[in-house]
Design a protein around this ligand. Structure first.
Ligand code: NAD
Length: 454
């Protein structure tokens, strides 16, 4: 099979075509990574820290080139692509400190002499499977903590983002990362399945259906697995919110990067009297979102699925408040779109569509808004817009989301905090922050008694 990635803003521009190596090549790469792992772990904390720091420096030194590659390969708007490169370097630097973190604790025995220790040890080879939408940051937030604590890694990126991942691996190798420590293998489902079948710990980010199958396969083998999946994220706007600010945040969360973030907002819930002013302000704010903020969607198939959903919602009585059309131009563009009166069972209210489209829903009060927001298994991120701290905290307590943001877009979270969803949006340990260090290590309990004792 040939893996191809095309420029979503100009599909005639072929970014990369490469042969998928097949399952056998994945098993061989995992074998080489396993051989390299003992030396990488034994190299020690200072050597691992220095290597990760050098990768951060290489990313910074190639920031313009990497930014341009992200824009070209996945159609990310320039400012967001630049931000992703900066974030990528910051993540490598953050995890460069991790090798020096304590790897366990000392405990008193329940009775008698001796010493009890816990120590965290790497599993071996981390199998990393990533989506296309953050083509440098997601591979990094999986690889960096895994490598910091002494695993090696084999990464299978999404086909649509293969060039970015291969370039990251090249920069890491040029920065002196030993051979076999971080291998990037292009591929699709066959290579992904082979990786899940061979790795010692599996980290997956992608769509819900594929993620569930990955979790099933990895748990069937008894290896630790984490999966970060799709979201159907809500935003709650209370009557006391700063409506203009909320509308600006929502427009960014709905249409920024064409809504192709797992944390993008796709359901806007306006409480009571917030509905009318929010509707007007949001229609205006979405009308102001231009190409420099929205950009194309990833493929013709994604565009057609989005426009098909708008058409079917319309046929079922929905009102298009703004957008809904496909601009006349090359590239896979969809207008930022807001719909009202979408029936409760329509797919736009039940499934992730991954595009610049949201539905506007009225709620009589906060209680109803929370019921609506929680009415999905895909509970990743929710935003709450209110001037009342009491309301915001009460909502945060009752919302089923993994991440709650108050007076901010649902998309975006600092890289040093745990990242993940609730209910069906997430499986296993959190990613990012210190939580990731726990995921890539197993705890051992060591009991030490005095030699020659009773
Ligand atoms: P996808 O599920 O189509 O692909 C993800 C990865 O899985 C790719 O590398 C793909 O090649 C691989 N894959 C496909 N079939 C496989 C199989 N049978 N076994 C193993 N691997 C297989 O997702 P995508 O279209 O690349 O990315 C978009 C999705 O990712 C959206 O649903 C989005 O919400 C989600 N996402 C989630 C987060 C998060 O942290 N929750 C972050 C970014 C993206």
């Amino acid at each position: 099979m040939t893996i191809t990635s095309l420029n979503p803003a100009d599909p005639a521009d072929l970014v990369l075509a490469v042969e998928a190596p097949g399952a056998q090549a994945v098993r061989a790469a995992v074998g080489r990574a396993r051989t390299a792992q003992a030396g990488w772990h034994a190299a020690g904390a200072a050597a691992r820290s220095a290597a990760l720091t050098r990768i951060a420096e290489a990313v910074e030194a190639h920031a313009d080139e990497l930014t341009a590659l992200i824009v070209r390969e996945v159609g990310k708007p320039l400012a967001e692509a630049r931000g992703e490169v900066a974030r990528t370097a910051a993540i490598w630097r953050y995890y460069a400190q991790a090798p020096f973190e304590p790897s366990g604790a000392v405990h008193e025995p329940a009775a008698g002499p001796g010493l009890l220790l816990t120590r965290r040890r790497p599993y071996g080879v981390a199998g990393l499977i990533t989506p296309w939408n953050f083509p440098l940051a997601i591979p990094t937030w999986k690889a960096a903590p895994g490598l910091a604590v002494g695993n090696t890694a084999v990464l299978k990126p999404a086909p649509e983002a293969t060039a970015c991942a291969l370039r990251l691996a090249e920069l890491a190798a040029a920065a002196g990362l030993p051979e076999g420590v971080l291998t990037v293998l292009p591929g699709g489902a066959e290579e992904g399945e082979a990786l899940v079948d061979a790795a010692d710990v599996v980290s997956f980010t992608g769509s819900t259906g594929v993620g569930r199958a990955v979790v099933h396969a990895a748990t069937g083998r008894g290896v630790p697995v984490q999966a970060e999946l799709g979201g159907l994220n809500a935003a709650l706007v209370l009557p006391d919110a700063d409506i203009e600010q909320a509308a600006a945040h929502l427009a960014a969360a709905i249409a920024g990067y064409a809504g192709q973030k797992c944390t993008a907002t796709s359901r806007v819930i306006a409480v009571g009297e917030a509905y009318e002013p929010l509707r007007a302000a949001l229609v205006k704010a979405l009308g102001l979102v231009d190409d420099t903020a929205c950009g194309p969607v990833i493929s013709a198939a994604a565009r057609d699925r989005l426009t098909g959903a708008v058409a079917s919602a319309r046929a079922e009585g929905a009102t298009v408040l703004t957008g809904g059309a496909v601009p006349e131009r090359a590239g896979w563009y969809v207008e930022p779109t807001l719909l009202a009166d979408v029936p409760a069972e329509h797919p736009l209210r039940r499934e992730e569509f991954f595009g610049p489209i949201a539905v506007l829903l009225p709620a009589a009060d906060l209680d109803e808004a929370i019921v609506l927001a929680n009415d999905t298994p895909h509970s990743l991120a929710t935003s709450v817009h209110s001037r009342s701290l009491d309301t915001a905290l009460a909502a945060a307590d009752r919302l089923d989301a993994g991440m709650i943001r108050v007076n901010a877009p649902s998309s975006g979270v600092d890289f040093h905090l745990p990242f993940g969803g609730a209910k069906g949006a997430s499986h296993g340990d959190r990613e990012q922050g210190r939580a990731a260090l726990d995921f890539y290590t197993a705890s051992r309990t060591v009991t030490l008694l005095p030699a020659g004792g009773a």
